[in-house]
Design a protein around this ligand. Structure first.
Ligand SMILES: [Zn+2]
Length: 136
């Protein structure tokens, strides 16, 4: 039991749980916003074409088609926005990961003894004392 508590404490303090909790809270708040936008702005427009009823309450023959379409539109908008957010986040991540340009070389290889720590611009090899060809 003590071990279980210890593991739980580690799980909580890892930070993933907090990130997750923040994500869930933001997601539910966001869903409420989208839901209000859809049922308050989008479906009333469709409702204009349905006589004697608002679209959200439209339920011909007892089938709650209005509420269902509301939910579908809400889902599509939410999914599209999350897709865009993921695209932006991934792009930012990839941009960070880009490897830096390799530094310009400061040494060259002697063509006679093949030592590779000869300084750029040297005219004589420090290892075999050969005259080095001029660099372009
Ligand atoms: Zn050399």
């Amino acid at each position: 039991m003590k071990k279980l508590l210890q593991e739980f404490k580690e799980f909580i303090s890892r930070g993933n749980v907090l990130d997750m909790a923040v994500g869930v809270v933001i997601a539910s708040a966001f869903t409420a916003v989208v839901n209000a936008a859809v049922s308050g702005l989008v479906t009333p427009i469709i409702g204009l074409f349905i006589p004697n009823s608002t679209f959200a309450e439209w339920a011909p023959g007892g089938f709650a088609i209005g509420a269902f379409v509301n939910a579908v539109i809400t889902f599509l908008i939410t999914a599209a926005v999350i897709f865009l957010v993921m695209k932006v986040v991934n792009a930012a991540r990839n941009a960070k990961k880009k490897p830096e340009e390799p530094a310009a070389p400061t040494t060259k290889t002697c063509p006679y003894c093949l030592s590779d720590d000869v300084k750029i611009g040297a005219t004589k090899c420090p290892h075999c004392a050969s005259e080095l060809p001029k660099e372009e």
